[in-house]
Design a protein around this ligand. Structure first.
Ligand code: PBG
Length: 309
């Protein structure tokens, strides 16, 4: 029997999404044996230095050890949250499949009486460490207090039970995949808050010359999701930004037309630039690059640089 080893981080979310991927792969390849191997990354071991690493431009904080395991042949397919995966893969590796996206939106989870963002009382304390979510909150509700909140989904939900936070913001997909959809109080629609590029999507990464694993992974590839996230990620790459930038993007495909919306915000909330473009889904990469160029012309670079400091 053919055997494929699927690697991922050991967090609840990483394992939940990898079990989902393996179940989907097993439907397509009933005669293949799948094994799951967990790998601890710099991000798992060393949370305190996350910001320092980001400032040094180390984008691969969550993926380096996993990519080393792929290159070393200890695993054959890696499962990543797409939004944590740098837009360029190292030599010898490639993204071979993008499964269907679940839900790209961010959500609010709040204490009693704190269950809608627009209705939070003056000065309410909202937990997040994402620069995108911070920049958005400061622009949208300058009165709110933003309190840093790190850690896995479980840690963040546990923190809300204490008394430091009135509400927190998380990605819907993470809660849905870990069977915590019932905890969601409000879905923040993209017209209010644009999600991170690639949020809610997964990426299956393989060795570029491993035809067998590529074929296995590609069985659960979803073309529409791929077009959408390609537009979003080309937009991010076109801005010269990574997953730690105050950048949101969301693409949809309806009636054969791809619509890409982009957002860049000042970390202090004093300025936001928002743009949109439409075209053929086959041109998704160009659409992302064009929107990035358009927003650079409107001054996006200064906002991205300011958030690095
Ligand atoms: N950066 C952490 C991370 N990476 C992926 C998800 C959630 C799942 C997803 O966006 O696909 C999260 C947590 C969060 O942002 O709430």
């Amino acid at each position: 029997m053919r055997m494929v080893t699927v690697g991922t981080r050991g967090s609840t979310l990483a394992l939940a999404q990898t079990h989902w991927v393996v179940a989907r792969l097993k439907e397509e390849w009933p005669d293949t044996d799948f094994r799951i191997q967990t790998i601890s990354t710099g991000g798992d071991r060393n949370r305190g230095s996350l910001e320092a690493m980001a400032q040094k431009g180390d984008k691969g904080f969550w993926v380096k050890e996993i990519e080393d395991a792929l290159l070393g042949g200890r695993i054959d397919i890696a499962v990543h949250s797409l939004k944590d995966l740098p837009t360029e893969q190292p030599d010898g590796l490639e993204v071979s499949a993008i499964p269907r996206r679940v839900d790209a939106r961010d959500v609010l989870i709040g204490k009693e009486g704190m269950k809608k963002l627009s209705e939070l009382p003056q000065g309410a304390r909202v937990g997040t460490s994402s620069v995108r979510r911070k920049a958005f909150l400061r622009a949208y509700r300058p009165d709110l207090q933003i309190v840093n909140l790190r850690g896995n989904i479980d840690t963040r939900l546990a923190a809300l039970a204490g008394d430091e936070y009135d509400a927190i913001i998380l990605a819907a997909a993470g809660l849905i995949r870990t069977e915590m959809r019932h905890r969601i109080d409000e879905f923040l629609e993209p017209d209010i808050l644009l999600p991170a590029p690639g949020q809610g999507a997964l990426a299956l990464e393989t060795r570029a010359d491993d035809d067998l694993s590529i074929e296995v992974a590609y069985a659960i590839h979803d073309h529409t999701t791929d077009d959408r996230i390609t537009a979003e990620r080309e937009f991010l790459a076109g801005l010269g930004a990574g997953c730690m930038a105050p950048v949101g993007a969301h693409a949809t495909v309806k009636g054969g037309v791809l619509t890409l919306e982009g957002w860049v915000g000042a970390l202090d909330g004093t300025k936001v630039i928002r743009g949109t473009t439409q075209g053929d889904p086959g041109e998704c990469a160009d659409l992302g690059a064009e929107l990035a160029a358009d927003m650079l012309n409107q001054g996006a670079q200064a906002l991205i640089d300011a958030a690095r400091e």
